[in-house]
Design a protein around this ligand. Structure first.
Ligand SMILES: Cc1cc2nc3c(=O)[nH]c(=O)nc-3n(C[C@H](O)[C@H](O)[C@H](O)COP(=O)(O)OP(=O)(O)OC[C@H]3O[C@@H](n4cnc5c(N)ncnc54)[C@H](O)[C@@H]3O)c2cc1C
Length: 400
């Protein structure tokens, strides 16, 4: 009987790991994906949902047909327990045994970091699809009754790119509607300087982001922690009070509940891995994508996390697939690529403009890194979304 590989999570990292492994070994491996969601969701497009530029249907595709075509099993269920000794996963639809396990369960929002965040709180959050849909309802009200806007990322956040993209899209949308002069916009971030992005910044980035803020009429406040999001007012630890009629705040991420419940993760629920993406304790258990722990190589006054973006999430999944294939063939799992060494490839959208961010390594020290501004980046991001959803529908994870 072919060895059983179980993959938990069916988004960027999980889909890539499952399909890449199946392509490598064909009938010599039995791959099953268990995912809480039955759709692949392109999270980078959540930034456009509040402005009506995208709907929930536009940014996701059903994932079962992709797995069916690739002869990969799919179970639409939530994993609720992992027993790495018995090599068994408990899900909401039964128990599954495995020979190899890939954990790609991504993130949940940590709303506890600042009182007043969360679904019943006082600010919107666009890091989930439901949150982005709520933020759209709030935006419709704001446009009818304009008032001050605050966009920010809390201490400990990692997904700074989304906060930047959102605030520049806000400025662009207000300008289009002739509201720019009536609506003050503030951007608040724990990053030590503009353009840090949770990756330590790139040469010229600080000046470029400053220019984008000035051109968009946004007042930017950096290197600060948030104390509370009160109704209509963001309170900062340094005593400043920022009134708002609309606020969108990106919180830190935590690992999935199942990781914490199973004792496999660190206190934040992320899993310590080797350069092979094998977990430190179990050589047949891998963690990839946001589920894998990555330490920030800096100490800042306010905690700043590292963004585990789409490109490195895919690269981790390919490395894990290669190593599992080697183990199944009876070879050593020798392929290594540490998160810090993966190239940085990202586009920051700014409404009708944008910045391409490219570097030889995700984290410093780097040999080179560039930020290229221009409207071509906005068009590139729109095209990439279409391309990526096509790639996932077809299951072509071998493509870039
Ligand atoms: C607003 C926003 C904008 C972003 N923009 C960009 C960008 O421009 N460029 C970029 O490169 N990256 C961007 N990212 C980051 C990108 O979305 C992540 O890198 C990517 O989602 C990581 O993929 P993942 O598979 O590790 O985790 P996730 O995408 O979080 O997927 C986790 C999967 O696991 C499933 N799951 C969770 N728990 C369980 C469980 N217990 N059992 C079974 N299944 C489970 C979930 O349903 C989901 O399918 C952005 C993220 C956000 C939130």
């Amino acid at each position: 009987m072919a060895p059983k590989v179980l993959v938990l999570g069916g988004n960027f990292a999980g889909v890539t790991a499952a399909l890449s492994l199946k392509r490598k070994l064909g009938a010599d491996v039995d791959v099953t994906v268990v995912s809480k969601s039955d759709r692949f969701t392109f999270n980078p497009s959540f930034i456009w949902i509040p402005f009506g530029k995208r709907t929930t249907r536009d940014v996701s595709v059903p994932i079962a047909p992709t797995f069916r075509r690739a002869c990969v099993g799919f179970v639409h269920a939530e994993a609720v327990g992992i027993d790495p000794v018995a090599q068994e996963v408990e899900t909401t639809r039964g128990r599954y045994l495995y020979d190899y396990l890939v954990i790609a369960t991504g993130y949940v929002n940590d709303f506890d970091v600042v009182p007043g965040l969360g679904p019943r709180g006082n600010a919107y959050t666009i890091t989930t699809l439901e949150g982005a849909v709520d933020a759209a309802q709030g935006w419709a009200r704001l446009v009818n009754e304009p008032g001050p806007i605050v966009v920010g990322a809390t201490q400990g956040a990692a997904c700074f790119g989304a906060a930047y993209e959102f605030v520049f899209n806000v400025a662009y949308q207000l300008k289009r509607r002739g509201l720019a002069k009536r609506v003050p916009i503030r951007y608040v971030s724990a990053e030590p300087f503009p353009g840090h992005f949770g990756i330590g910044g790139l040469a010229g980035g600080e000046r470029m982001l400053d220019l984008f803020f000035r051109m968009s009429g946004i007042e930017a406040i950096f290197d600060v922690a948030m104390e509370e999001v009160a109704p209509g007012e963001l309170r900062l630890r340094d005593g400043r009070r920022l009134p708002f009629r609309y606020a969108m705040i990106v919180p830190p991420f935590l690992g999935a509940e199942v990781v914490k419940a199973s004792g496999l993760g660190n206190p934040k629920g992320f899993i310590e891995v080797r350069g092979t993406y094998q977990t430190v304790s179990f050589p047949n258990v891998y963690a990839v994508g946001i589920a894998a722990a990555v330490d920030a190589p800096w100490h800042t006054a306010n905690a700043v996390g590292v963004p585990k973006t789409g490109f490195p999430s895919e690269r981790m999944a390919h490395v894990a697939a290669e190593n599992i294939a080697a183990q199944i063939r009876g070879e050593e799992p020798t392929r290594e690529e540490r998160f810090a060494d993966i190239p940085a490839v990202c586009i920051m959208d700014a409404g009708n403009n944008g910045v391409a961010i490219l570097a030889d390594r995700m984290l410093p020290p780097r040999r080179w890194g560039v930020m290229i501004p221009g409207p071509q980046n906005h068009l590139g991001k729109l095209a990439f979304e279409r391309y990526y959803l096509w790639k996932i529908r077809r299951g072509y994870v071998q493509l870039p």
